[in-house]
Design a protein around this ligand. Sequence first.
Ligand SMILES: *[C@@H]1O[C@H](CO)[C@@H](O)[C@H](O)[C@H]1NC(C)=O
Length: 232
Amino acid sequence: MARKLREMGILVLILLLTAPLTGIAAGIGEDYVRPAPRKTLSFSWPWNRKHSDGPQQADLAKVDRERTPWLLALLHVPWYNSNWAHQGEGDDMMAVVEPVLYAAGVDILIAGHVHAYERSFLSSAILEQQERVYSGQLDSCGAIHITVGDGGNREGLALRYHHPKPIWSAFREASFGHGELKIVNATHAFWSWHRNDDHESLSSDEVWINSLASAGCLRSEMRDFSKIQIVP
Ligand SMILES: *[C@@H]1O[C@H](CO)[C@@H](O)[C@H](O)[C@H]1NC(C)=O
């Protein structure tokens, strides 16, 4: 698929976010992230300091979204998590980094850490509406957050969820499984999640995703980096 996308001239930029100073990002410290694969920006964010115009913002502002329609970010600790496990552990990082990624127009954030599956993104074909999330609220130009920490581990599943389900949570389940993200072209991607208990060809959750660029969410006045204050 990578070659096909290359032939189509589509680049997918993946950001790896690390949390070196909080002590909560078990397993995704510097060693884990380096060496970053080619075409991947790896950020180690010193967000306990005033950092209003760091090189990361400059780098993100330079991304040409005509050529790179998809912007994905990988992080260890999820910011949107309604499981009891690891509740709130991503809050400090989220408070500082989420506005930057929103301004940059990051399409999808994928996290692990919680041993269960959950995703945001309420979509309805009938309403032709797709609700992403930003700052805890539904936002059609926010990001899609996916937690797939359910690949398997010796601690077992994180079975307990908060009730009622938060408004941004579209699907959640404590089962082992895996997800697949297919970037089909510049405007469309397909996400599916497969429960291990089912036959492999069965998908337990699936959704078509439009890129933020194609949804008209990247107009420059909405993505003004200069308005973002990185002050924890
Ligand atoms: C991108 O893929 C979607 C889904 O297959 C399709 O509907 C759309 O026409 C494609 N766009 C282009 C420009 O090929």
